[in-house]
Design a protein around this ligand. Sequence first.
Ligand SMILES: [Zn+2]
Length: 244
Amino acid sequence: MDAKTNSYHIEVSGLSIEVIRKDIKNFYISVHPPNGRIRVSAPLRLDDDAVRMAIISRLGWIHRKQAEFIKQQRQSQREFVTGESHYFAGRRYRLDVTEQNCPPSVKLLNNTRIGLTVRPGTGRDKREAVFHTWYREHLRTQLPPLLAKWQPKMGVSVNEARIKKMKTLWGSCNIEAKRIWLNLELAKKPKSCLIYVLVHEMTHLLERHHNDRFHELMDTFLPQWRTYRDELNKAPLTHENWRY
Ligand SMILES: [Zn+2]
């Protein structure tokens, strides 16, 4: 048990459930996106058996909620077919797929359309991989000029900035190695968001923690950072609950 929050996990009919003990009158149960995580707030007076019984009586509702989230997740998955919406650098584009016997590629056709060329019979996953390569290339060309600008401005030096697919982080910083990782998903976002995440991670080279000093530094380097952060966390998101 975590002494600070009084929370622990119990298992009920194959489900792992987080239980939080509080000085409250009623029993609350909630199911959270994206994976259907279940959390229960229980009054101190109920013992574990009573908590179990309360959960069991709501299993039907829990399963319905979980099924909804799984459906939502499936709907947000792209198939990489003509007509779909895809995001690039903060703009929404319509995808046009062409099947042709030549090396696969992605390019902007105009202000509203992205073209994906693949060999005939190319499946969904391979189409996605072609897209990801293109996103990665885009970020790779953005980074050197940004680093050249921000390193002297902030008085820090970055040994390495790399791009990676990450599930819950927009960016991360290994302070000792002075290495920064940026999420591939940033290619879909406006450039201001990429700058925000990069400056945030670079600020960690000056201050490890998200404390007052950290926010003062961010205010100095990038006074509009809160606007960019909000922009970053606006829909469409691939995952909920992003952290930095
Ligand atoms: Zn951070």
